[in-house]
Design a protein around this ligand. Structure first.
Ligand SMILES: C[S@@+](CC[C@H](N)C(=O)[O-])C[C@H]1O[C@@H](n2cnc3c(N)ncnc32)[C@H](O)[C@@H]1O
Length: 257
């Protein structure tokens, strides 16, 4: 595991600086959304300008470390913001930051789910976005055949049998408290592993380096390990170390079976 997965604890803005230029194929990440989640060391309520600066600093470094055919998947969601809880579309801000840092946008994926709180004074929020940026629109990895999904109409005569493009609207349930308890995890915002599997399969090849600068409970590196990629993860709070190691151990057990 030592050779294929590397985890470091600290501020990803410092840790990213140690990664050589053009050495990473894929970055997948979900930064803090500035909504007051109890992450421990990181205080998830900072002035908006500071938050933008954090995302900008990290995006700049990601552009530098990505290979010419590399991809950056940035997951952000609209958030209720300020005294009146007006909706602030963080994906729009993320889009501007990615463009400012020279990324070309390949897709803006809508990730939808059912298990979220219900609102009584507005429509209940049921989506987040994942912005897929590349360095070069004529040279990037897209393994469509590895992520095809079953056809909607099974008896359509034009269908070849290989499955259809999963489109830019994805349904993956969020990880709920029951699942967390079963897996012995406590992190407040855990990615659904099957969604990250789709991204890793479509935008990297075996033995490529996959990095998550805001690692949290370790989903991205656990998926990288499972799919025979090299994983690098940075996390500010060392208290998540056991959780990350547990997830990596579980993948190793699965791989042995
Ligand atoms: C949205 S969570 C990521 C959850 C992750 N996708 C998962 O599946 O578990 C964001 C994480 O970023 C961490 N974090 C915040 N600021 C950071 C920084 N400057 N460097 C590294 N990690 C940071 C927080 O502690 C938190 O665990």
């Amino acid at each position: 595991m030592k050779e294929t997965v590397k985890i470091e604890f600290g501020d990803c803005r410092d840790l990213l600086k140690k990664i050589p230029d053009e050495s990473v194929t894929l970055v997948v990440t979900s930064p803090p959304y500035n909504i007051g989640k109890p992450y421990g060391k990181y205080k998830d309520k900072i002035p908006l300008e500071e938050w933008k600066e954090l995302i900008d600093d990290v995006t700049k470094e990601i552009y530098r470390i990505l290979k010419p055919n590399g991809s950056f998947f940035l997951n952000l969601s609209p958030i209720p913001y300020g005294k009146d809880k007006e909706i602030l579309p963080l994906p729009y801000i993320g889009y501007d930051i990615m463009k400012k840092n020279n990324f070309k946008i390949r897709n803006i994926i809508t990730w939808t789910f059912n298990n979220m709180q219900n609102c009584t004074n507005r429509l209940s929020g049921r989506y987040e976005n994942i912005i897929w940026g590349v360095k070069d629109l004529s040279n990037y990895i897209f393994n469509l055949d590895d992520i095809r999904v079953p056809y909607i109409t099974q008896n359509d005569k034009r269908l070849t049998g290989v499955g259809r493009n999963p489109t830019d609207v994805w349904y993956f349930n969020r990880v709920n408290n029951v699942t967390k308890k079963k897996l012995n995890l406590t992190h407040p915002t855990i990615y659904p592993s099957d969604m990250i599997e789709r991204i890793v399969l479509m935008a990297s090849n075996e033995n490529d380096v996959v990095l998550d600068p805001f690692l949290g409970s370790g989903t991205t590196v656990a998926v990288a390990l499972k799919l025979n990629r090299k994983g690098i993860g940075f996390e500010l709070d060392e208290n998540y170390k056991n959780e990350i190691n547990l997830r990596l151990k579980n993948v190793q057990i699965q791989l042995k079976l």
